[in-house]
Design a protein around this ligand. Structure first.
Ligand SMILES: NC(=O)c1ccc[n+]([C@@H]2O[C@H](COP(=O)([O-])OP(=O)(O)OC[C@H]3O[C@@H](n4cnc5c(N)ncnc54)[C@H](OP(=O)(O)O)[C@@H]3O)[C@@H](O)[C@H]2O)c1
Length: 311
């Protein structure tokens, strides 16, 4: 029997990339993908015989049936609906835990976490990952916690301002030469897929942490040079100072979450809690994809959309 793997929520960025990697295997496992809205399952997946989309919600706990699963991949989603992040994360993790308790066949759970999530305070929105990792750390015989740096894809939106008449991008990494750990979703998907496929193979410990970063760390100057290479324009850095972070994130999310995003970001700046972790090399797995490749791919697919829109 092929391995059966449940991915939830499958609409998350890491969930999608991991499913893509699993389906690219020569002999893919059977994948049960949990969506709040199954119509969001992309056709590149639904056309595959080894893929099944099911309706489920980690907040309410409905539709979480792992009874035929050997392994489960859980990506704690963020919330912006006014609920306290820790409370939201704990409730969702408890729903996943309850579903695992009624599914005796699950040998391995892989959790998407983040660098810094072992801290119970001072890491802002990563409190969701902290409470999840704590809640689920003994919920299966094999527990793997994948802890990536920032997703490189965060900078895809910077292509918009980098292509403008006066090209610039907003940088919350200061000073300009301060490096932080980043990794592409492609690398994350490959590592998480491999951890799921390894179900049943013994781990050095359980829970077992995988600290995942890209081929090198990146500063705002490195991001600037990648944006310049892809756009062919001279791109200015608009540095967001640490005290401006809450107002900056407040343009995109409600104030409560803006403060959490600001705290997480500040923890990555010089002297911060996560910055101290980011200079340690021991036990770090390195991905292969550089930021310039991520940005080029995004720019090309945008161009594709613009072209198809024009006809
Ligand atoms: N972003 C980074 O740089 C980064 C770095 C390291 C670790 N992480 C971790 O990665 C995880 C994902 O973070 P993200 O910000 O990148 O989010 P994301 O992958 O974009 O996930 C958001 C998606 O989760 C789904 N979702 C939300 N609530 C749900 C619920 N109750 N039940 C089922 N699905 C639900 C939503 O899909 P639908 O609306 O389609 O249902 C939404 O599109 C977090 O744990 C985060 O800490 C992120």
């Amino acid at each position: 029997m092929p391995l059966q793997i449940t991915v939830l929520p499958a609409s998350t960025q890491a969930g999608r990339e991991t499913i893509r990697s699993l389906l690219a295997e020569g002999e893919p496992p059977l994948i049960q993908a949990v969506y709040r809205d199954v119509s969001k399952a992309p056709s590149e997946f639904t056309s595959h015989a080894d893929f099944k989309a099911v309706k489920g919600d980690v907040s309410s706990g409905t539709g979480l049936d792992f009874s035929t699963s050997d392994a489960v991949f859980y990506i704690p989603p963020p919330t912006y609906d006014g609920t306290d992040s820790s409370e939201f994360g704990r409730n969702a993790a408890n729903n996943v835990k309850a579903a695992l308790e009624t599914a005796s066949g699950v040998k391995r759970i892989v959790l998407l976490s983040a660098m810094g999530a072992q801290n119970d305070k001072g890491v802002g929105i990563l409190s969701i990952n902290h409470v999840t990792d704590e809640t689920l750390k003994t919920s299966a015989a094999e527990v793997v916690v994948v802890k990536p740096g920032f997703f490189m894809e965060t900078w895809v939106s910077a292509l918009d301002t980098a292509k403008a008449d006066t090209p610039y991008f907003d940088s919350y990494i200061t000073p300009d030469d301060h490096e932080i750990a980043v990794v592409s979703l492609d690398d994350i998907g490959k590592v998480c897929a491999q951890q799921l496929l390894d179900t049943g193979n013994s781990l050095p410990s359980s829970p077992y942490s995988v600290n995942l970063r890209g081929p090198r760390d990146y500063s705002a100057l490195d991001v600037q040079s990648a944006l310049q290479e892809v756009t062919g324009k001279k791109v200015k850095i608009n540095a967001i100072k640490p005290d401006q972070l809450p107002a900056f994130f407040g343009q995109h999310v409600p104030a409560q979450y803006a403060d959490e995003l600001a705290e997480m970001t500040a923890a990555c700046l010089p002297g911060g809690l996560i910055a101290k972790e980011m200079v340690q090399e021991e036990g770090v797995a390195r991905g292969q994809i550089e930021l310039v490749e991520v940005l080029r791919k995004a720019a090309e697919s945008d161009l594709g959309r613009e072209r198809s829109g024009a006809f």
